[in-house]
Every structure is written in structure tokens, then in C-alpha cells.
Design a protein around this ligand. Structure first.
Ligand SMILES: NC(=O)c1ccc[n+]([C@@H]2O[C@H](COP(=O)([O-])OP(=O)(O)OC[C@H]3O[C@@H](n4cnc5c(N)ncnc54)[C@H](OP(=O)(O)O)[C@@H]3O)[C@@H](O)[C@H]2O)c1
Length: 391
């Protein structure tokens, strides 16, 4: 099957896709038209490729695949839904659109019969979604966890190396290197990782969550005291996405985590991503790769385009299971909480393992459910740093 592509967006990933497509022999596909937004921007290709009217692609019967690589989730949903209704297959990298419109996108795939692939939305170049769909279909997955946001991983790597420079300095450095946006909230408040976690939960546990159900806390409350505490405990700090099975339920969270230095996730540094899968029989497997950037992300987009040549589509078998695990955040987890004594005292720990109180700072390490944690004053206070403990 020849693939005639209509591309939306020619920014970082769109241009990356142009490069990788033109360096890949044997893939019978070419970009016919590119839709962008800003008429004043100069473009590195002939102006003949470009249009500013989405219908030039959506109504072109010669274009059979739409590749959506824009940075606006609402406009992307409009483009993607119209393309599918016009009988076009779609490839996208837009995690926010996929996560926030998951059910509508499922319905569209059913009603139009058109495939929608989004490998690049989660973990950049790491092939996680197709693996969860195909390879782990028959293995009992007890959990998927990992580092899925390169910006926060870069910041934590810098902080572990030079804690005295502080969070603001590490964030400014990430921005200067182009890893963080000028408005970094999507990354540092954990939303980007939350969208990816929702997609992982759907493909691993067969359950579509609302992003607000995922227990989420960002990284901006960390202080040099917290880094020193992590070091004294033999740990490294990372932002950890977790989807974990507990009996017939599963939890989903995006929280800073104290990871023992001996754990392979502790050694995933800077903008790298890693996803660990716990299988009942396969034991642990770790996928490591670049989670962002033009060529790594475009390689996942290219893989989806290539999969369309043999009519690949997600079957969502786990979503159709009658006995899929239900979302449940009532199980105890071990957490580190640093903050004012009165907030530490009111946390409903079932067990306290460390109660560290000094004039320079206080923290407690204990067990409580994610539900109780998320309802606590500490969780909702700017004055506390909270991290799960990886054992
Ligand atoms: N950057 C990464 O490393 C990375 C990694 C994984 C996934 N992603 C995802 O990939 C997608 C693209 O990211 P990016 O980094 O390439 O963004 P970007 O560099 O900001 O480029 C965005 C492009 O979208 C175009 N655009 C915006 N709104 C549009 C609209 N309504 N109609 C047509 N074109 C429109 C812009 O047009 P103009 O050129 O005219 O401004 C620009 O070409 C996003 O969903 C992002 O989350 C990015």
C-alpha cells in the first residue's frame, strides 16, 4: 500500500519526520502537503508544500494518512476526528489529546473503522504502546513504571550533582538547553507524565482513567535539604510514573520518588527516559531510550507510518476484558514527606519507619494509602516535599 501523507505541523517533530522519512529507503510513503499556522514564518522547504487551510489536506482524496504533529490538543482533536471521518488513517504524537479525549478517540476508531496510532506520544523513541498491546497481551503484567519526562529528569540529575545550586537554577539550565518550555508547568507540575501514565494504564491494565484520577504531584517543592536526605538514604530522586497492580485493582501515580542508587532507574540521567515492566513470568524488563527530541520522536512516528502499510491497528484487547482490574488507590505505599511538624503529625500513617526531626528540617517515612496521602494537608501544601519510596 502506498502511503500519501498529509502532515499537520512543521515544528521540532514535523521537521524531524521530514528528515527521517528522507533517510529511510524502501518505505513507500511521501509527504504530499503540510499544514501549518503562521503565514509569516520562513520555511526550510519550497512554499508549494505548505498550506494554512486544514481542508486542503482533509478534503484531498489522494491523501490516505494524516500525521498530526501540532502543539494544540483541541485543534489536534478537530483535525484528527475530521480526518478519520474522511476515511484517513491517523498517526499522532499528541499525548494531551490522546489522554484527554481517549474515549472519544476509541469511539471514532470503531465508528469510522480507521486506525489511530500514537507510539510517539509516550516515551518518545521507546516502543512501549505496541509492546503493551502485542507482546504483553498474554503475560500477567503486575506493573509498569518509569521515567517518562525528560525535562524533570534533567532537572533532578543536575540537582543530585549540584544540590546547592537549587531548583530554580536547574530549571533555568533546562530552559537554556531547550529541554523545558518558557512556561514549564506542563513538565514540572507532572501533567505531561500524567497524560503518558494514562495512556500506559489504558494499554496495560485495560482501564481508561480521567487524568485527574492519577495521583499527581510536581517537583518544584524540592530543596537542598531533601536532596541531602535522599543521599543519606542511599537514594536518587526522580519523577516516577507508576501503574501498579494490587490484587484485582491497580493504582496510577506521578510522584517524585526516592530510588535506591543500586536500582537501574536511578541511573537513567538527564533527558533519557526508561520504562520498567514487571511481568509475572518474564520478571523485570527495562526499556531505555530518548524520550524527546526531533529524530528520536520522529522515529516512533515513522514506525507507526510503517505499521500502517500492513494495516496495523490497536485492538485494545485489555479494554474488552470482563475481569480488567479496577482503579483503586486504597493500598498502602511507602512515602517520604518533609515539611512542617504539624503537617507531618496529621498524616494518617499505618506505620512510621523514620521520624527525623532536626532544626534544619523534619521528615517522616511511613506507610499510607495514596488516597489518604492525596487528601492530606501536606499533599496540598507548598511547604512539603513528598516522594514515594521505591524498594
Ligand atoms: N518536542 C518533543 O520532543 C516531543 C516529544 C514527544 C511528543 N511531542 C508531541 O509532538 C507534537 C508536536 O510537538 P513539537 O515539539 O514539534 O511542537 P512545535 O515545535 O511547537 O511545532 C508545532 C507546529 O504545529 C503547528 N501548528 C500549531 N497549531 C496549528 C494548527 N491549528 N494548524 C496547523 N498547524 C499548527 C505550528 O505551526 P507554525 O510553524 O506555523 O507555528 C508548528 O509548525 C506535540 O503534540 C508534542 O506534545 C513532542
Amino acid at each position: 500500500m502506498n502511503l500519501n501523507l498529509g502532515l499537520f505541523g512543521f515544528g521540532c517533530i514535523g521537521q524531524g519526520l521530514w528528515d527521517v522519512l528522507h533517510r529511510t529507503n524502501g518505505l513507500r510513503s511521501s509527504i504530499a502537503r503540510i499544514c501549518v499556522k503562521d503565514r509569516k514564518k520562513s520555511r526550510p522547504l519550497s512554499q508549494d508544500y505548505f498550506t494554512y487551510d486544514k481542508d486542503d489536506i482533509l478534503n484531498d482524496p489522494e491523501i490516505n494518512v494524516v500525521v498530526e504533529l501540532i502543539d494544540d490538543a483541541d485543534a489536534a482533536f478537530d483535525i484528527v476526528s475530521k480526518a478519520m471521518r474522511q476515511g484517513k488513517a491517523v498517526v499522532t504524537a499528541n499525548k494531551k489529546m490522546v489522554a484527554t479525549r481517549f474515549r472519544e478517540l476509541l469511539d471514532l476508531q470503531t465508528s469510522t473503522g480507521m486506525p489511530l496510532l500514537y507510539e510517539a506520544s509516550t516515551g518518545g523513541s521507546i516502543p512501549i504502546i505496541r509492546n503493551l498491546e502485542e507482546y504483553y497481551d498474554n503475560d500477567l503484567l503486575s506493573g509498569v513504571e518509569g521515567i517518562v519526562n525528560g525535562t524533570t529528569n534533567y532537572i533532578f540529575t543536575q540537582l543530585m550533582e549540584n544540590p546547592e545550586r537549587g531548583y530554580a537554577h536547574a530549571l533555568a539550565e533546562a530552559q537554556a538547553k531547550g529541554f523545558a518550555e518558557s512556561n514549564p508547568s506542563l513538565d514540572v507540575d507532572g501533567w505531561d507524565a500524567t497524560y503518558k501514565t494514562l495512556i500506559i494504564a489504558a494499554h496495560s491494565m485495560g482501564s481508561v482513567l480521567d487524568p485527574r484520577q492519577i495521583v499527581r504531584r510536581g517537583i518544584s517543592h524540592i530543596t537542598p535539604f531533601d536532596i541531602a536526605a535522599a543521599r543519606s538514604l542511599g537514594c536518587t530522586v526522580k519523577l516516577l510514573s507508576r501503574v501498579l497492580l494490587h490484587g484485582n485493582g491497580f493504582s496510577a501515580s506521578v510522584l517524585p520518588a526516592l530510588i535506591p542508587n543500586s536500582d537501574s532507574l536511578a541511573n537513567i540521567n538527564n533527558e533519557m527516559n526508561a520504562i520498567r515492566l514487571h511481568g509475572a513470568f518474564s520478571d523485570d524488563q527495562l526499556l531505555v531510550g530518548k524520550g524527546a527530541g526531533a529524530h528520536p520522536t520522529a522515529s516512533a512516528v515513522l514506525s507507526d507510518i510503517s505499521a500502517l502499510r500492513y494495516s496495523y491497528r490497536y485492538e485494545y484487547k485489555k479494554l474488552q476484558q470482563a475481569d480488567a482490574p479496577v482503579f483503586n488507590i486504597g493500598n498502602p505505599v511507602r512515602v517520604f514527606v518533609r515539611g512542617p511538624k504539624e503537617l507531618l503529625n496529621e498524616l494518617p500513617f499505618s506505620d512510621v519507619h523514620v521520624d527525623h526531626r532536626t532544626s534544619s528540617g523534619s521528615y517522616r517515612i511511613g506507610d499510607l494509602s495514596l488516597l489518604d496521602l492525596s487528601r492530606s494537608f501536606a499533599f496540598n501544601s507548598e511547604t512539603c516535599f513528598i516522594a514515594t519510596m521505591v524498594e
